[in-house]
Design a binder for this molecule. Structure first.
Ligand SMILES: *[C@@H]1O[C@H](CO)[C@@H](O)[C@H](O)[C@H]1NC(C)=O
Ligand SMILES: *[C@@H]1O[C@H](CO)[C@@H](O)[C@H](O)[C@H]1NC(C)=O
Ligand SMILES: *[C@@H]1O[C@H](CO)[C@@H](O)[C@H](O)[C@H]1NC(C)=O
Ligand SMILES: *[C@@H]1O[C@H](CO)[C@@H](O)[C@H](O)[C@H]1NC(C)=O
Ligand SMILES: *[C@@H]1O[C@H](CO)[C@@H](O)[C@H](O)[C@H]1NC(C)=O
Ligand SMILES: *[C@@H]1O[C@H](CO)[C@@H](O)[C@H](O)[C@H]1NC(C)=O
Ligand SMILES: *[C@@H]1O[C@H](CO)[C@@H](O)[C@H](O)[C@H]1NC(C)=O
Ligand SMILES: *[C@@H]1O[C@H](CO)[C@@H](O)[C@H](O)[C@H]1NC(C)=O
Ligand SMILES: *[C@@H]1O[C@H](CO)[C@@H](O)[C@H](O)[C@H]1NC(C)=O
Ligand SMILES: *[C@@H]1O[C@H](CO)[C@@H](O)[C@H](O)[C@H]1NC(C)=O
Ligand SMILES: *[C@@H]1O[C@H](CO)[C@@H](O)[C@H](O)[C@H]1NC(C)=O
Length: 867
């Protein structure tokens, strides 16, 4: 053993010496093929941080050689530290005659794909996904005739069209060019790729119609052209693709009827034609007995849902939302016992809800809203024990809400609004703990409103320490007793008001559920993974995380939060609930789950992604980093940096933390918020108005440093509207002028900042002080020390005192009712930098009026900066 080691070491030394000398001194002679590989590796400098000793190149990370020591694979999958950067083109591709695999996925490669890549004559697998590439796809890719696998997906900045030369790659089995920024048509030359099994061109700007030649790809099992600009009809030639299992064409402008020939695709399990302009469904569609997932939503489909639908006995998901279907909900639907998700909403369906629907025991999601349905809500709905979403709103349903609805304990989304429902609200609805959306408005309900214990309901601060659910789930029911304003403010306060039996019952139930479900859950995840290919993947299942090594899927998020168990919920705010999640790699993040079932809005997807990409690029020391997002069919998440201490609001209300936040820390917190806002207003292009600055949206890390959160969410969720339409923001923080101007400007943030700054100094919301501002004379006798947080001793240091007074003065300036007289955030930050001389009068003597009149404003008159 030892001797062979020594020999090999000696050989290595010899070899290296030969190599070095040949590389340096004998440059004129042709290097041998092996030497050429070594030189090419060295010159590429991809491994320059790792080693320059090429004699061991076969052991370099990511490199695999054959027995003759020639390189066959460069697979950087497990070599995250190898940086290629702008050196992609530095590799001399013609030096690798045996290279079969090149995988640079997830490595940043700036710039274009070099056209010399066509020199890798033996290449079979090329994976350049997630590489940040730009420019056009080089036609020389067509020279890689051995290629079986080509993946250039998720390189958003690639432009130009698909080179027809790709039609030469006749060994190709997989072609994935999704999310590449490709323009132009699908070249008909792709019809020559007769061995192709997967063709994925989704998420580009491909235009023109689907070429007939696609019909030649007889081995195709997976075809996705979704989210492009494809026009014209679905060619009947697609009926020849008899191996097809998934056909995904959503998000285009495809029109006409679905061709009769679709009936030939007997192996089809997944058909997604969502958001096109299709007009008619041929009866042959109902012969596709293997179909498991069928999305036909957001088209212009007409006619009724035929009895033949009963043939689709494997169907799990049926979405016919937003079409022009008429007639009754067929009883035949009740034969589809595997159904888990149905949405027939936004059609013109009439008649009643068949009571046999209660036999579809796997049902989780039943959406029948915005139709013309009449009659009662059948009691049998309560047999659907796994139901999580029930939406029957905007119909003409009558009768009462079945009292058993409160027993559907998995319910998260319940909307029965805008019907003709009478009678009382079942008391047990209050015990649907998972509820995150409830709407019973605009009915004829009467009697008392039950106490709601769900922790996920979107609660807003209505001022006066009073919170209410927004939008009000009960409005428009004239006979309901007035809603008792529930007092819980934070979840902590909340829990103390929960009756004792729930306090006892809940932990036991949780423990019990988890011990039993532990293994069940495990097996379920395994099951899911086996069925990955049929998971819904439209504007669902799309996760993007920047600044994070490794990929994440919706399943990871579900696993990390145990399916959004409320134990992981760390807060509820505008737009959604926040969860703490530990990702598979160990990184802890905060997940904000947005209340937005309508994530299906077709225009939403792209603009949402652009917006979020923009927001994720914002970097500031006092802004919570947005790591990415995850759009899933049923929910949206924003993924943020996790902040250990939670919100400023909660910390100010926590007796221990409030004391730990001494005056110096509080002043720093206020400065931090100001810097963040100044950055958003003045250094971002376009400028960002936060719109919802409140102590809930300022988060603190473990050392009580402030980070502004939730910026831009308003805009992101409301991309079409200008600044002038929607008002968001938390009561008690919104600038007074918004009540009549409806125009959101930076100055609104300035006002909210003033409120938060005062709140930080006072330890509670400055409600009272704000009300005095309108009649300043009442402030004459009010001393600053009277309003400062009395849990902290007054500062003893002169410097701290100065800072405190300075910050308080600026806070009052920001609260000026005259929008124009408020400083900009930039001016506020400049004030922080100005030097202050010592105070003329002792802290105890300073009145609020003096602060307001800026008499205590030591740094001189406010500079009017041109901004
Ligand atoms: C390269 O590695 C071999 C084997 O470990 C070693 O013997 C040799 O000295 C190294 N060459 C250089 C230039 O470091
Ligand atoms: C590339 O490396 C990764 C991680 O080691 C591995 O999963 C993958 O199978 C490799 N690719 C090939 C073609 O061997
Ligand atoms: C390339 O690497 C990625 C991970 O970086 C891996 O997921 C993928 O399977 C690899 N592709 C090939 C063809 O080996
Ligand atoms: C590689 O070296 C460069 C320059 O010496 C350095 O900037 C870079 O951070 C290094 N990368 C790694 C992964 O060590
Ligand atoms: C690339 O390698 C080939 C063969 O090894 C060689 O003939 C050619 O000169 C090299 N090109 C460059 C630019 O170094
Ligand atoms: C394509 O991308 C390249 C590189 O980013 C850029 O220089 C070029 O202007 C782009 N072309 C078009 C038409 O956008
Ligand atoms: C591209 O599609 C192929 C075939 O479905 C798949 O194996 C590969 O993982 C996809 N690439 C990415 C980055 O998702
Ligand atoms: C497709 O898009 C390209 C580039 O945007 C454009 O030049 C071309 O005219 C478009 N073709 C059709 C048929 O719309
Ligand atoms: C399709 O696949 C089969 C079996 O995998 C193979 O024999 C055949 O050559 C492939 N190509 C065509 C055009 O059928
Ligand atoms: C359809 O699927 C079955 C079972 O997976 C398979 O045996 C059959 O060959 C497939 N049909 C076609 C046309 O690919
Ligand atoms: C309801 O869901 C649970 C857990 O997800 C599952 O085990 C059970 O089989 C489901 N019930 C039905 C009838 O599908």
């Amino acid at each position: 053993m030892a001797s062979s080691l020594i020999i090999s070491v000696i050989l290595g030394v010899l070899w290296a010496t030969i190599l070095l000398s040949s590389a340096t001194t004998v440059t004129a002679a042709y290097p041998s093929p092996l030497e050429a590989e070594a030189i090419a590796l060295l010159e590429s400098r991809w491994w320059s941080n790792h080693s320059s000793n090429t004699s061991q190149r076969c052991q370099w990370p990511g490199i695999t050689c054959n027995t003759a020591e020639s390189i066959t694979q460069i697979n950087l999958s497990d070599a995250p530290n190898i940086e290629v950067g702008d050196r992609f083109g530095k590799l001399n591709f013609s030096s690798f005659p045996n290279l079969v695999l090149l995988n640079l996925s997830d490595h940043q490669l700036r710039g274009k794909i070099p056209h010399q890549i066509g020199d890798l004559s033996a290449l079979k697998y090329l994976d350049l996904s997630y590489c940040g590439l730009s420019g056009e796809l080089p036609p020389s890719l067509g020279k890689l005739t051995q290629l079986e696998f080509l993946d250039i997906s998720y390189n958003d900045n690639i432009n130009g069209s698909i080179p027809p030369q790709l039609g030469n790659l006749e060994n190709l089995v997989t072609l994935n060019l999704s999310q590449c920024g490709i323009v132009g048509p699908v070249p008909s030359a792709l019809g020559q790729l007769i061995n192709l099994q997967s063709l994925i061109l989704s998420g580009n700007q491909i235009n023109g119609s689907i070429p007939l030649e696609i019909g030649y790809l007889r081995n195709l099992t997976y075809l996705s052209l979704s989210s492009n600009r494809i026009v014209g009809p679905i060619p009947s030639a697609l009926g020849q693709l008899t191996s097809l299992q998934s056909l995904i064409l959503w998000g285009n402008q495809i029109n006409g009827s679905i061709p009769l020939e679709i009936g030939h695709l007997r192996n089809l399990t997944y058909l997604d034609l969502y958001n096109n302009r299709l007009g008619l469904i041929p009866i042959t569609l109902y012969q596709l007995t293997n179909l498991e997932i069928l999305y036909l939503d957001y088209n212009q489909l007409q006619g009724s849902i035929p009895q033949d639908i009963e043939n689709l006995e494997n169907l799990k998901l049926l979405f016919l939302t937003n079409n022009s279907f008429i007639g009754h909900i067929p009883l035949a639907l009740c034969h589809l016992t595997k159904l888990e998700y149905i949405s027939l909403s936004q059609n013109s369906l009439s008649g009643s809800i068949p009571s046999c629907i209660g036999s579809l025991s796997k049902m989780q999601y039943l959406i029948l809203g915005s139709n013309l349905l009449k009659g009662p809500i059948p009691q049998e709905i309560c047999n659907l024990a796994n139901l999580t979403s029930l939406a029957l709103s905007q119909n003409k349903l009558s009768g009462s809400i079945p009292s058993c609805v409160g027993s559907l304990s998995k319910m998260r989304y319940l909307s029965l609004d805008s019907n003709l429902l009478k009678g009382s609200i079942p008391k047990d609805i209050g015990k649907l703990f998972d509820l995150s959306y409830l709407n019973l408005s605009f009915n004829q309900l009467s009697g008392p409103i039950p106490i709601l214990y769900a922790t996920d309901l979107y609660i807003v601060d209505a001022g006066n320490g009073c919170n209410k659910i927004s939008p009000d789930p009960f409005e428009g029911n004239s006979d309901l007793s007035p809603y008792m304003c529930p007092t819980p403010v934070t979840k902590k306060a909340n829990s103390s008001r929960i009756p004792y039996y729930i306090k006892i019952f809940l932990p036991i139930a949780i423990l019990f559920t988890f011990s039993i479900l532990g293994c069940l859950l495990f097996s379920r995840f395994k099951l899911k993974n086996n069925h990955v290919s049929v998971q819904p993947t439209k504007n669902g299942d799309l996760c993007s995380i920047w600044n994070y090594d490794g990929k994440i899927a919706y399943e990871d998020i579900v696993a990390a939060t145990e399916d959004f168990d409320f134990r992981y919920c760390i807060g509820v705010g505008g737009y959604g609930s926040v969860y703490k999640a530990k990702l598979p790699c160990g990184k802890v993040v905060a997940l904000k789950k947005l209340h937005h079932l309508e994530a299906e809005n077709p225009t939403f997807d792209k603009s949402f992604r652009n917006e979020i990409k923009f927001l994720s690029e914002i970097r500031h020391r006092n802004i919570v980093k947005l790591h990415g997002f995850c759009l899933h069919r049923r929910s949206m998440f924003l993924i943020y940096e996790y902040m250990e201490k939670g919100s400023l609001f909660c910390n100010l209300r926590d007796e221990v933390n409030a004391v730990e936040m001494d005056w110096t820390r509080r002043v720093e917190i206020i400065k931090g918020i100001a810097h963040a806002l100044s950055y958003l207003h003045h250094d971002c292009c376009p400028p960002i108005v936060h719109r919802d600055i409140s102590s809930n949206n300022v988060l603190l890390n473990s050392s009580f440093e402030a980070f502004v959160a939730d910026f831009g969410t308003a805009r992101m969720l409301d991309l079409d509207s200008s600044n002038q339409t929607i008002i968001v923001g938390t009561c008690g923080y919104v600038a007074p002028e918004l009540a009549y101007t409806m125009i959101v400007t930076e100055k609104c943030d300035v006002y909210s900042f003033g409120v938060v700054a005062l709140e930080t100094l006072m330890g509670k919301h400055p409600e009272e002080v704000l009300s005095w501002l309108s009649s300043p004379t009442s402030l004459v006798n009010m001393k600053l020390v009277d309003v400062l947080d009395n849990r902290l001793p007054l500062p003893t240091s002169q410097l701290v005192t100065q800072n405190l007074v300075h910050v308080a003065t600026l806070a009052f300036a920001c609260l000026n009712p005259q929008t124009k007289s408020r400083p900009t955030m930039k001016e506020v930050c400049e004030e922080f930098l100005s030097r202050h001389t010592s105070l003329g009068i002792p802290l105890r003597m300073i009145s609020l009026l003096q602060l307001m009149n800026r008499e205590m404003h030591i740094g001189g008159k406010t500079k009017t900066c041109d901004v």
